[in-house]
Design a protein around this ligand. Structure first.
Ligand SMILES: Cc1cc2nc3c(=O)[nH]c(=O)nc-3n(C[C@H](O)[C@H](O)[C@H](O)COP(=O)(O)O)c2cc1C
Length: 220
């Protein structure tokens, strides 16, 4: 797959088949992501690959926490709000995702169902958690973003699709506890991986993207 074609055809997938991802493929994906650039080559990423029974067990724990609306402990604070134009895009995204499930925006039960699907990793066979040392700052988060993007693009090139999930990081404390990682580590993102269920209604959703002229000013 051509690089630009890969970038332009990747999209978040929110319904996966339960087909397992061969370990060999996961290793190739991680090897590609390992080549990511980082601030003075610090390579802050620490990766937990959670599959099989461990994934089922962790999913059960966090699903239950989310269902009960238990207190959350994200390591990176959640946004408190957005500037108006970002808010509009975020709302539109929520509306279109629900519409893909053929539900109304104000259908509270359907919205909750959709939100809880995050904690089942959208049915994916594998969840990857990206951590960094607690002492690191925003530049390392920038690096983690580059690593994440390379990881999901490499996955895409192998037919493995993904969904980045900040929602899951709300239970960072419980996830670190489950993975026996020190509390001092920062959970930056969860990435669900798997083969897409192309029959699923939810996967008909396509995010609307801006055109370059909407976000670019040229100086010549
Ligand atoms: C930092 C970050 C956090 C995200 N968290 C979630 C999430 O918790 N649940 C989810 O379904 N999608 C999540 N997404 C996916 C975005 O909704 C998605 O990238 C966006 O709508 C654009 O769609 P695309 O990925 O198909 O291009 C997240 C994406 C990013 C970059």
């Amino acid at each position: 797959m051509d690089l630009v074609e890969g970038i332009e055809t990747r999209r978040s997938i929110r319904a996966f088949k339960d087909t397992l991802i061969p370990e060999e493929t996961l290793n190739k994906i991680l090897k590609a992501a390992a080549n990511s650039p980082s601030f003075t080559n610090t390579q802050p990423w620490e990766v937990a690959v959670v599959c099989g029974k461990k994934k089922e067990d962790l999913s059960r724990i966090i699903y239950e926490l989310a269902r009960k609306e238990a207190d959350t402990h994200p390591d990176l604070p959640m946004p408190k709000g957005w500037p108006p134009e970002h808010e509009a895009r975020s709302k539109d995204h929520g509306k279109r995702r629900l519409a893909a499930l053929r539900a109304e925006r104000d259908d509270e039960a359907e919205r909750e169902k959709l939100s809880l699907m995050n904690f089942e990793f959208y049915g994916g066979p594998c969840a990857i958690f990206l951590f960094m040392d607690g002492s690191l700052n925003e530049w390392s988060i920038f690096d983690m973003g580059l690593f994440s993007q390379n990881l999901i693009l490499a996955a895409h090139s192998f037919g493995v699709e993904s969904c980045l999930q900040a929602s899951v990081t709300r239970y960072a404390r419980e996830i670190k506890n489950f993975l026996q990682l020190p509390e001092s580590k920062k959970l930056v993102i969860c990435i669900s991986l798997g083969y897409p269920d192309n029959e699923a209604k939810l996967n008909t959703y396509r995010a609307v993207k801006q055109k370059p002229e909407e976000f670019t000013k040229w100086y010549r």
